[in-house]
Design a protein around this ligand. Structure first.
Ligand code: F6P
Length: 354
């Protein structure tokens, strides 16, 4: 059992619905263990610029329904500098912060490693609507974001059907196509464009013309953001010119990131928050809480980051060599599982659209 009396909690990077639930769970679980909790405002910038506040049980009352983050968020560049890091450590010392729970995505976990390496045990909780952290099956915020997209596309479908139109819908996800493929299946899209797999535009056009001739009126095409040539109104224009179906382009953008968290995000946040506190108290540092096959587990952040970099094509081959054969296999399997998942989901879109 680690001798920790006061911990900090922060939210960093793009906000995600469910972050408040994680902050609440961390705070309440820590208070129940007799710890004091310091809320760090604005992610790592709160450490760099000494912007913190003590959290009581009442401070996290009534946040379970709220999207966004009550601690605010930021992508803090100063924190990555030596000077910024020194200020962050000084803030930890000033307030007696002996451990930190950091909620966010991969950038947040890099910051967690920096703090851990400088003697402040830090634990990451995955919170990102992109669900793009290879080591965890699930990141808080993903379910709410997808349900918001479903609601938006359902509305677009209504009007597409009335007017015999197509709507190309661009959804967030950064470079990950999870939100796109899931919502494409859920909303009966005729096609889905993601960065993970090549896209055959001609085949989609041919299919749409056939469907139109068969009497189909409304068409939805889901595109994940940041994909050149497709996450662009020009794609809708091409569809219209080639199929003769009037086509509109809708970019959902940050609409997808707000809103009340769903049950899944609330429950996952509660479980991960409580688990993170117990891991910190048991002396763990530099780990990320993950969901694997429905279980909450923890993994070394460096290991998780290598798995992530390998999957995203950013890892140098020698990076893997520091791990055992068995660990290398786990890392490779995690990436392969994700690749297969995207292939299967696209095949499903194709199979059941008609
Ligand atoms: O990582 C979450 C996310 O919403 C991505 O889906 C998106 O690409 C990015 O953040 C947008 O960032 P910002 O809020 O800085 O515009």
């Amino acid at each position: 059992m680690a001798n920790i009396k006061r911990i900090g909690v922060l939210t960093s990077g793009g906000d995600a619905p469910g972050m408040n639930n994680a902050v609440r769970a961390v705070t309440r679980a820590a208070l129940a263990q007799g710890l004091e909790v310091i809320g760090i405002n604005g992610g790592y910038s709160g450490l760099v610029y000494d912007n913190v506040r003590q959290l009581t049980a009442r401070d996290v009352s009534n946040v379970v329904t709220h999207g966004g983050t009550m601690l605010y968020s930021d992508r803090c560049h100063e924190f990555k500098t030596e000077e910024g890091m020194a200020k962050a450590i000084a803030t930890c010392k000033k307030y007696g912060i002996e451990g930190i729970i950091a909620c966010g995505g991969d950038g947040t976990f890099r910051g967690a490693t920096d703090l851990s390496n400088r003697g402040i045990p830090t634990i990451g909780i995955p919170c990102t609507i992109d669900n793009d952290i290879t080591s965890t099956d699930y990141a808080i915020g993903y379910d709410t974001a997808m349900n918001t997209v479903v609601e938006m596309i359902d509305r677009l479908r209504d009007t597409c059907e009335s007017h015999a139109r197509c709507n190309v819908v661009e959804v967030m996800g950064n470079h990950a196509g999870g939100i796109a493929v899931q919502t494409a299946v859920a909303c009966g899209a005729v096609a889905c464009v993601i960065a993970e797999e090549p896209f055959d535009e001609d085949a989609m056009i041919e299919k749409m013309i056939k469907m139109k001739n068969d009497g189909k009126r409304g068409f939805i095409v889901v595109v994940s953001e940041l994909i050149p040539d497709y996450a662009d109104p020009a794609f809708a224009k091409r569809i219209q010119e080639k199929t003769g179906i009037e086509t509109k382009f809708a970019r959902l953008a940050h609409v997808v990131r707000g809103g009340n968290p769903t049950l899944r995000d609330r429950v996952t946040a509660a479980k991960m928050g409580s688990y993170a506190v117990s891991e910190l108290l048991s002396g763990k540092s530099n780990i990320v809480v993950c969901e694997q096959a429905g279980e909450i587990v923890s993994l070394d952040i460096n290991f998780a980051q290598t798995a992530d970099r390998l999957y995203k094509g950013k890892a140098k081959p020698e990076e893997l060599l520091k791990y055992s054969e068995e660990e290398q296999e786990i890392i490779r399997a995690a990436g392969a599982k994700k690749q297969q998942y995207f292939k299967d989901m696209l095949a499903l879109v194709e199979e059941i659209s008609g």
